[in-house]
Design a protein around this ligand. Structure first.
Ligand code: FES
Length: 87
């Protein structure tokens, strides 16, 4: 995949449960991924109100994929899978 779009929810629930730790994810990207990952902070993605998605903090990837209980490590792993085609 050429590029990955990452939307990090910064609504209250997600922020309190760790979204703040992901806001600098761009700084943690390996050199070869730089410029291929678009990161946006979003207001509540309205996923926290739904009980069956796994829990905040939530990240939306490429507009459709939802990552629940997201962490910087999980997010970097998934970005790598998408960019390197290992998914
Ligand atoms: S606060 Fe993140 S989905 Fe609502």
């Amino acid at each position: 995949m050429e590029n990955v779009k990452v939307e990090i929810c910064c609504g209250t629930a997600c922020y309190l449960l760790g979204a703040a730790n992901m806001m600098n994810i761009e700084d943690q990207l390996p050199e070869s991924w730089r410029g291929r990952v678009e990161v946006e902070a979003k207001t509540c993605l309205e996923l926290c109100e739904r009980e069956n998605l796994g829990g905040a903090p939530y990240v939306r990837i490429n507009g459709t994929e939802i990552m629940a209980q997201a962490t910087p490590d999980k997010l970097l792993t998934r970005i790598g899978e998408l960019l390197e085609g290992a998914a």
